[in-house]
Design a protein around this ligand. Sequence first.
Ligand code: ADP
Length: 338
Amino acid sequence: MSESLNTNSTDKAFENRLRPKSFDQFPGQDRIKDNLGIYISAAKKRQEPIDHILFSGPPGLGKTTLAGIVSEEMGVEMRTTSGPALERPADLAGLLTSMQEGEVLFIDEIHRLGNVVEEYLYSAMEDWAIDIVMESGLYAKSVHLTIPRFTLIGATTREGLLSAPFRARFGILERLEYYPPEHLVTIINRSASILGISIEEDGALELARRCRGTPRIANRFLSRVRDVAEVKGDGTITLEIAQQGLSMLGVDPFGLSDMDRRLLQTLLQHDGGPVGLKTLAMTVGESDDTLENVYEPFMIREGLISKTPQGRKLAPRGYDILKAKPGGTTSEGTGNLF
Ligand code: ADP
């Protein structure tokens, strides 16, 4: 994955420092915040844990952050794990039985939970109990474990991979959307003030316009462009510094990364497509999973590419950016466009 788009949480400390702790510090996703506010008040009134929640949407939009805020607002601890980490039912049983009443269990990448563990979760979510089989063969015995009432918060970039019975067990399903520039400017200014970075209004807007609607990427750009401001300027992120820093990161004026541009070029070379996901992935040298979940959702939303049953196609705005026409050759060549 290209460096500027690397949305794996490699720098946890940096992320945690910038992570909002309350709804007031969390700009954007207004509908979701309103809904959660109501569910939290209602649960508190009834003195019950809030219903199980599933947050879905592309990486870096705030799913983990919202899970933390829900726990904070409910006044409970949050335990964090991930789908791949819960390999065996015993891992799940150990975690659940050590929880306190009302606590939140946050499972990131919940679509990667194995089938067996997922099925154990069903009874935990519904009946606050699991029957776990210890040993095997002749010595197998089933142990009934009761669990304190807890809230499961799952996060997924691939809601479609969750089985219907699993999805049905979440009372609250919320899909996060990409952020418009005005919310990203607020996020960038807040992060700049936490990190002690001086940034001008148009510098912040430039980062906001080019970060693929994603706060995690906005924060990463901010910290990288700050270095440019310190070395090439007087430490303040101005419009010029932001532009210079972003082009050093391989982000073009449209906010597209090298990989986005390669994807568009590949489709153009195939007469605009359709090109199958696997072929595309092989051509650009990226995993099909990353293409589908990290790059594509934004490119589809921006009208750069479209998804058809036959494969991916170049969409009208994709042609415009490449200065090309469907069925024709490029008007000015594409070689030096970016
Ligand atoms: P996800 O779990 O969806 O991948 P995270 O919740 O880990 O995303 O957020 C990634 C980073 O972006 C964190 O540093 C977080 O603080 C920041 N972030 C996400 N959404 C917002 C927001 N609405 N306001 C401020 N910061 C945000």
